[in-house]
Ligand binder design. Structure first.
Ligand code: ZN
Ligand code: ZN
Length: 147
């Protein structure tokens, strides 16, 4: 989190108490929250904070490569972008029912030969590989089996 604050400062952003609270909130949140979720969580402590402040701070963090912005879908509030402080390559599992997102280790990175094949056939220069698995989380599949 301190690294995030330092980088924001270096990028010329003033570290207001609101911005610092937003950074603190996202820095170790592995639930892949949306801007709206973070906004609602912080609102009781910062009643005058605007949604734009939350969104713009997250946007700056993501531009600086300090958080990943993901378009995974499935968020309950209908937001398309979710934020992830884990910026090392990994995969995600998204629950169809409750929208929960779980990190999965990228245990088997694409072999270079496969990457080359993708680049040969599509002309696409692969930067990173992120896979999304969709299905039901542990809680939701248990619920379903009870019905
Ligand atoms: Zn679920
Ligand atoms: Zn993640």
């Amino acid at each position: 989190m301190n690294a995030m604050l330092l980088k924001l400062k270096e990028a010329g952003l003033k570290l207001t108490p609101q911005r610092m609270a937003i950074v603190r909130e996202i820095a170790d949140d592995l639930t892949h929250p949306t801007a709206q979720e973070l906004f609602e969580r912080l609102r009781p402590a910062f009643p005058t904070m605007s949604f734009a402040t939350v969104y713009n701070t997250l946007d700056s963090l993501s531009r600086l490569g300090l958080v990943a912005s993901l378009r995974l879908g499935g968020a309950k509030d209908g937001a398309t972008t979710r934020f992830d402080p884990n910026t090392t390559p990994h995969h995600h599992a998204v629950c169809d029912a409750c929208g929960k997102v779980v990190d999965l280790p990228a245990a088997h990175p694409t072999p270079a030969s496969h990457k080359n094949e993708i680049e040969m056939t599509s002309g696409f220069n692969v930067r990173v590989e992120e896979r999304t698995y969709r299905g039901l989380c542990a809680g939701c599949s248990k619920e379903k089996s009870l019905i």
